[in-house]
Design a binder for this molecule. Structure first.
Ligand code: SF4
Length: 480
């Protein structure tokens, strides 16, 4: 492991700009020597091993600090480097073995980059002294579980949850009454809602975008605009959302953590609120590994999707920026998140989704579903966690236009799985594939629309916007 940490890579190896006392440097080296081989420690300087079943999540190529992305392969490996197990899958498994699953619910902060590459043991010693060394030792050895965990948290929670973050494992109901958007209003009214996605254009000309928006407008409540999906740049989601808003269509602005810094996020949110955009979908975003060459950084830039939800919820409900500054007019936001019901064990996925709801997700838009029955175990797990009444779920539906599209989704898109009968129906359909794909979508809608916890569908037309009218009318979901 290199002794020059990523956060310090601009420093000369033997003459660091930021000089640290010899004792601190020695402690840092010792910490790395011990924690490196034991826990896979990457010296992030913001240690959270307590909450991650003693496996360092910084091994994740994306740097996810609050759970897995939707990219775990069927063999539970990482889609960025298929030779390795997804580190978050390993954390979930270990946590289940150790009976520490519920600890995974705590919303963990983004890195304080000032600390990256430095030791955390000195901080632990300082906190133990504040608690009282004798008291700490006595309580930790005590059989009284409450006392033990209180004292433990007084040291370690203080370190991993700084004042500017204050993350926890609790649900925080939205701090406002009136719905902020039409999407929220309809969901609250108990309507079965239809949303769709329009692909942002590849050029600076919005004519096709406007045409596509007009095409689907009469049939849906809201339209999502992706944020450079597959890490391929397109017209920005903000620009597309503004175009839609000007056409009297309600947008869902997607923001990918991949390209977002904490500063950019807070600034954009205030700006888009002023433009009349209130539905925000926070996603991790596809890795640059699946994007075009030359490849950009695979890391999430600064903040993950769970952290985005937590930060935005606090901006809205507490009227504060991440740095603690108060704002006079907080933004109005209806916050959403992506969910991938089939990407791993439904029980593990439900923990991830529970965390998103606690962080601030009010609605989920799921990855593509092609097997209605397979949804049940996931919905049951969410129900067991008592969160079906705290989040609205829109199921992702894609009408397949050809067998090629079906095969691509099945083999190339993480978290998407097409059953054999769907694949063979599409293959046999030949020229009639678009009609067969439409029928499959209609059958799926019929079998999911009455499931407990399902509040609507999200049609991902994959560039086939003209099919939305047919799907909505033939499924009987057209609003009168
Ligand atoms: S699949 Fe996602 S969460 Fe898991 S290791 Fe890879 S990038 Fe990280």
């Amino acid at each position: 492991m290199s002794s020059i940490k990523p956060s310090r890579r601009w420093q000369p190896a033997f003459y660091p700009f930021k000089k640290e006392k010899f004792g601190r440097r020695l402690l840092g080296k010792t910490e790395l020597l011990i924690k490196g081989p034991l826990f896979g420690c990457r010296m992030c300087g913001n240690c959270l091993l307590q909450e991650t079943a003693f496996i360092c999540p910084m091994e994740c190529p994306k740097g996810m600090r609050n759970g897995p992305c939707g990219g775990i392969t069927p063999s539970k490996n990482c889609y960025i480097d298929e030779t390795r197990k997804c580190i978050w899958y390993c954390i979930y498994k270990r946590a289940a073995q150790l009976g520490r699953e519920e600890m995974l619910l705590e919303v963990l902060p983004p890195l304080d980059w000032e600390k990256v590459g430095t030791e955390t043991w000195g901080e632990v010693v300082r906190q133990i002294r504040i608690t009282g060394t004798a008291k700490f030792i006595k309580d930790i050895l005590s059989k009284d579980k409450d006392r033990k965990s209180k004292t433990w948290d007084s040291v370690f929670k203080t370190i991993r949850q700084p004042d500017w973050w204050q993350g926890d494992s609790d649900y925080h109901a939205p701090g406002y009454r009136e719905p902020v958007s039409e999407l929220e209003r309809r969901l609250r009214n108990g309507e079965f809602v239809v949303a769709t996605e329009v692909t942002p254009p590849l050029s600076a000309n919005a004519d096709k975008l406007i045409k596509d928006i007009e095409l689907v407008k009469p049939y849906v409540t809201a339209i999502n605009f992706t944020d450079s999906s597959s890490a391929r740049p397109r017209m920005s989601s903000i620009a597309c959302s503004k175009v839609a808003h000007d056409l009297n269509v309600e947008p869902v602005l997607q923001i990918a953590a991949r390209d977002t810094t904490r500063t950019r996020l807070q600034a954009d949110i205030i700006g888009v609120n002023e433009l009349g955009i209130f539905n925000i979908l926070c996603i991790s975003g596809d890795s640059t590994k699946v994007g075009p060459s030359p490849m950009g950084s695979m890391n999430l830039l600064d903040i993950d999707s769970v952290q985005m939800l937590w930060l935005l919820r606090r901006m809205r409900d507490e009227g504060i920026y991440l740095d603690g500054r108060k704002m006079k007019d907080p933004p109005k936001l209806f916050l959403g998140a992506a969910s991938s019901p089939f990407v791993s064990d439904p029980k593990l996925q439900a923990i991830r989704d529970h965390k998103k709801v606690n962080a601030g997700a009010q609605f989920f838009q799921t990855n593509l579903v092609f097997n209605a029955d397979k949804l049940d175990p996931w919905l049951e797990q969410l129900d067991k966690r008592n969160i079906l009444n705290k989040v609205y779920i829109l199921i992702g539906i894609a009408p397949l236009k050809s067998f090629k599209v079906a095969e691509y989704l099945h083999t190339k898109v993480p978290g998407v799985n097409l059953p054999d009968n769907v694949l063979s129906r599409m293959e046999k359909a030949g020229e009639g594939a678009p009609e067969e794909g439409t029928q499959i979508a209609l059958e799926l809608i019929e079998s999911i629309k009455n499931k407990k916890g399902v509040n609507g569908i999200h049609i991902m037309s994959l560039g086939w916007e003209s099919v939305v009218r047919r799907i909505v009318t033939d499924s009987g979901l057209l609003r009168k």
